[in-house]
Design a protein around this ligand. Structure first.
Ligand code: MN
Length: 526
């Protein structure tokens, strides 16, 4: 079944490659081999832009029509020769180990991971707080499209010319355009973000019929949203020459020439602003790297825009703070999520304790329709929700045992999360609070102690479940996932009816209703 993995010799390394014949873009039959080939052939133009910039991977293991997911942390099987950078997150606990694609073997490895889209920081390691450029992400609200973006890009260019700043544009490879101002001088995100926001507001004021500077989706119809908020330390933007996975044909985020935007605008012809891999390779051969100024050109923003850097310790201090706290229980939770995308709660810095006075600890079971339907069983322990995914449902009869895969701790706030995790994010799908209540570990045993021993005998007092169950650790599946069993103990209980099974204990909604009510992503205001 599994084919023997092949290896590609590049840059003195043998990079494992697999599934080369798999079609990644169905409209043109563009295969994984062609994805890897594109990244190899564009590498001399692309690599200098990637150098030392942390990358958020967006992986499409089955091509653009299959499931995809973001991955920030370097996977456990990342080869040792791939450089990584550990970045502390100021407003969240924990750290993320990002990959850096600094050389050809690393780039080939990334392509083989089906990391089609390369999303990178605006700063470089180790000075991640110092962006080397400002980005204006022009995002059209249909029926507006790339031509309207070209118009807005040309207006931006005029504004910047009036204050003696040069800028450069590229297609996003999707529907929009990004305009960049190279800086390559000392600055900070407070400065670049304020400058970007001010510019966006100015242009929205000058052209209210075509430009908006606020996020709200409903006012975007027929207009171009200038997303200035990308200018932030942990945000990533699609890198120049990255493939995109928006359509069934491969498209590339491609540097544009101002005159070709003018011509496209005059002719009303959007087609000239989209580029497929071969076209991009030809352009680079002919014109060289049109984005080279982003690497070299030194510019400074006018004095009135400069915000002094706040003293906040820098990267080293941040790492020390996290290490000193000695608490990494939320690392895995954090690493899998992009809180700009999902409404799931970020961990709070101070861990909450619920119902401490009575000595009762909280349990929650969430029904989760992700790639596969399962129940997430969570127990309050050490200020977090220790968690197991139970794919085959809860056992109700003595002797029943259900596989329970131990997963990462979730923050206490997660107990009341109900709603939809958006497409493209970890665990994408509908989440329902299926049952909630308190639990006690039997025989007066300490919960954490019982957990460490690998056998937790509990009494659950929920709205659906009441009675005794036991969680037992079996064997290690691999380094990161432990397999446990959930067993029914005490007495048999009547299985939850199908109707009950499909009702939230918090909102009374069914899975369908939750999926439909995309707006109500939070049940409680807490
Ligand atoms: Mn889940």
């Amino acid at each position: 079944m599994a084919k023997k993995e092949a290896g590609l010799k590049v840059g003195g390394k043998v990079v494992p490659i697999s599934n080369l014949e798999k079609v990644f873009y169905p409209a043109t039959g563009f295969t994984k081999a062609q994805v890897i080939d594109y990244y190899i052939r564009i590498s001399s133009a692309l690599l200098p832009h990637l150098k030392n910039r942390p990358v958020t991977m967006k992986r499409y293991p089955d091509g653009v029509e299959g499931e995809h997911f973001y991955e920030k942390n370097a996977p456990s099987h990342t080869p040792g020769w791939i450089k990584t950078a550990v970045i502390g997150h100021r407003h969240r606990e924990g750290v993320i180990r990002y990959i850096l694609l600094n050389d050809l073997p690393s780039l080939v490895w990334s392509a083989n991971m089906a990391n089609l889209e390369l999303h990178t920081f605006l700063g470089r390691v180790p000075r991640v707080g110092c962006p080397t450029m400002i980005v204006f992400d022009l995002d059209p609200g249909p029926p507006a499209g790339i031509l309207e973006c070209a118009q807005v890009a040309l207006w931006l260019k005029e504004i910047f010319a009036s204050i003696h700043l040069e800028c450069f544009a590229k297609s996003s490879g999707s529907k929009g355009i990004q305009v960049y101002i190279p800086l390559n001088t000392s600055t900070n995100y407070e400065t670049t973000r304020m400058f970007a926001e001010t510019t966006a507001l100015l242009l929205a004021h000058q052209h209210p019929d075509l430009v908006v500077a606020t996020m709200a989706k409903d006012i975007r119809t027929g207009k171009v949203f200038i997303d200035w908020s990308q200018n932030a330390e942990h945000k990533t933007t699609v890198n120049v020459y990255s493939l995109r996975a928006q359509w069934e044909t491969p498209s590339i985020s491609t540097p544009l020439v101002w005159s070709e935007m003018e011509v496209a605008l005059k002719k009303g012809d959007a087609n000239h602003l989209y580029f497929e891999p071969e076209a991009v390779l030809r352009r680079v051969e002919k014109f060289g790297d049109l984005f080279e100024p982003l690497l070299k050109m030194k510019q400074k923003l006018p004095k009135e825009y400069q915000v002094p850097t706040r003293k906040r310790g820098g990267l080293k201090k941040k790492k020390t703070r996290v290490a000193a706290k000695g608490d990494h229980s939320m690392d895995a939770y954090l690493a899998k999520r992009d809180f700009d995308q999902t409404k799931e709660p970020p961990p709070s810095r101070k861990k909450k304790r619920t119902k401490k006075k009575t000595g009762d600890l909280m349990f929650v079971i969430q029904k989760h329709r992700a790639r596969r339907l399962h129940y997430d069983f969570r127990l309050e322990m050490e200020g977090a929700l220790r968690s197991w995914a139970v794919p085959n449902g809860i056992p109700f009869q003595i002797g029943d045992k259900k596989l329970s895969v131990h997963v990462e701790d979730h923050p206490m706030d997660y107990a009341e999360f109900e709603g939809v995790i958006p497409e493209g994010n970890y665990g994408a799908g509908t989440v329902m609070v299926w049952d909630i209540g308190t639990y006690q570990v039997l025989h007066g045993e300490d919960p954490v102690e019982a957990y460490r021993k690998g056998k937790i005998s509990l009494a659950l007092h929920g709205k659906k479940l009441n009675g005794e169950w036991t969680l037992v650790k079996t064997r290690s599946r691999n380094e990161t996932q432990e397999s446990w069993l959930m067993l029914k103990k005490g007495e048999n209980v009547r299985p939850v009816s199908a109707k009950q099974d499909d009702r939230s204990v918090l909102s009374g909604r069914t899975m369908k209703q939750i999926a439909k009510d995309r707006d109500a992503e939070w049940i409680s205001g807490s």
